[in-house]
Design a protein around this ligand. Structure first.
Ligand SMILES: Cc1ncc(COP(=O)(O)O)c(C=O)c1O
Length: 435
């Protein structure tokens, strides 16, 4: 077997083009783009095969919250690998998964008492959908088969998650396959109020049909970092409680401090019935996710095998992933990660507010460790953000955009000086490429 370290850059690109089928990439792009070849990552930086370093401005798809190669996470991996890598998880307990369940429940919103482990954000959402659905099927409310989501939502790429999603680019081609979901319309930046009103109305009249309402609390990530107020989230909780149906908080992106508090739900003092976490859950180290739920939800499954939650993934409760996820929580505690976020947020907020003065910048916004602005009106299909991306790369920052939305989601303990440099590169890249 060839050593990966000894393969040339040209050979890697050649093999990548010939055999890898990368996500969200057209065949034309795949054949023509000279990809970044990342061989090393440390702290806030990605390093390519030529030795050039880039500040990881998008936290490696919103996963890397503690920096690349955190020594404690590496140690956790190494130590766990010496005893147990993986075993099945039905009728078998493993210590890391059991401890992780107790530890995540301890920091979860009030009322959460159970963790069902899976692999990634999409699977965490699938589990939430199926849990809510099955709960009502076996507890005398069989007509509760529909879900309410927000238009512009993104909950993942598996078919249940796509059904809930509202971003055309991820959904349209699969429209004939997805199940029917009521999408509350968010028609512009301030349209969340209208959407919440629509949800309240549906719940007043059709609550006997609704299995759950699902939201990305406070920020719709993939829709273009659309931010919405905690007060509206509280209204959704009140409406779902009144209708006695479930609220699913998809905190795959917003959780673990992204919005400034451990969970975005915390800012609205809201406790959901089900909460999905992934990405930061393992510090971006391994595929590891959880669907958390309350005891009330779990009680709906009490009884014999005919009432068991009929969902499972091969790597559920993976011992390596669980040991790393536990260490992430310990680092949060020891390094006071949430406290650091408040300070970093100020820098992000100030820098993004200033971008408003640049020609072509439509709207700036920030919350917690997210700063975003629009540099065109094309949404996810827009091309302006990609021009900013190219300039960012040449200046040493990885700023993968969401079409015309330019944003940063760096690690939460990024050094102040590196954060300031990242913010300078954002401003300079926009200045050079947007008119
Ligand atoms: C809110 C939200 N939910 C679910 C997902 C899907 O996560 P994954 O890509 O890990 O399946 C994402 C991914 O970006 C997300 O932002």
């Amino acid at each position: 077997m060839k050593s990966a370290a000894n393969v040339s850059r040209a050979e890697i690109v050649e093999l990548h083009r010939r055999h890898v089928w990368p996500p969200y990439t057209s065949a034309d792009e795949h054949a023509s783009i000279d990809p970044l070849v990342i061989v090393h990552a440390e702290g806030s930086y990605l390093e390519d095969k030529n030795g050039k370093r880039y500040i990881d401005g998008n936290g490696s798809w919103w996963t890397n919250v503690l920096g690349h190669g955190h020594p404690r996470l590496i140690r956790a991996l190494r130590e766990q690998s010496e005893t147990l890598l993986h075993c099945a998880s039905s009728m078998i307990a493993n210590p890391q998964a059991a401890l992780l369940a107790a530890e995540i429940v301890a920091v979860a919103p009030k009322g959460i008492s159970r963790a069902h482990f899976s692999d990634d954000g999409s699977t965490a959402v699938e589990v939430a959908i199926k849990t809510a659905f099955q709960y009502w099927q076996q507890n005398g409310r069989e007509r509760r088969v529909r879900f309410i989501a927000l238009s512009g939502a993104f909950h993942g790429d598996t078919l249940g998650a796509v059904s809930l999603g509202g971003v055309a680019a991820f959904r349209n081609v699969f429209a004939p396959l997805v199940f029917d979901v009521l999408h509350a319309p968010v028609d512009d930046v301030d349209g969340f109020e209208k959407a919440v009103h629509a949800i309240e109305k549906i719940l007043e009249t059709k609550s006997d049909e609704i299995a759950a309402v699902i939201v990305e609390p406070l920020i719709q990530g993939a829709a273009g970092m659309r931010m919405w107020p905690a007060a509206l989230l509280r209204r959704i909780r009140e409406a779902t409680s009144k209708a006695d149906t479930f609220l699913i908080a998809d905190e795959v992106f917003t959780g673990y401090g992204r919005t400034g508090t451990m969970w975005a739900c915390d800012q609205a003092q809201v406790s959901p019935d089900l909460l999905c976490t992934a990405k930061s859950f393992s510090g971006g180290v391994l595929p590891m996710a959880a669907t958390l739920s309350t005891e009330r939800v779990y009680e709906g499954f009490k009884g014999d095998r005919s009432r068991a939650l009929m969902h499972g993934h091969t790597f559920s409760g993976n011992a390596l992933g669980a040991s790393v996820a536990r260490e992430v929580l310990a680092i949060y505690e020891d390094e006071k990660i949430l406290d650091q976020i408040a300070l970093k947020h100020k820098r992000i907020a100030q820098a993004f507010a200033k971008l408003q003065d640049l020609p072509g910048v439509v709207r700036t916004r920030s919350l917690g460790m997210v700063g975003a602005c629009d540099v065109g009106s094309g949404g996810y299909a827009g091309k302006s953000g990609w021009r900013v991306y190219e300039h960012g790369l040449s200046m040493g920052a990885f700023l993968r955009p969401l079409g015309d939305t330019v944003y940063i989601t760096p690690r939460f303990n990024i050094e102040d000086s590196v954060l300031d440099r990242l913010l300078e590169i954002v401003a300079e890249s926009i200045r050079l490429s947007v008119r």
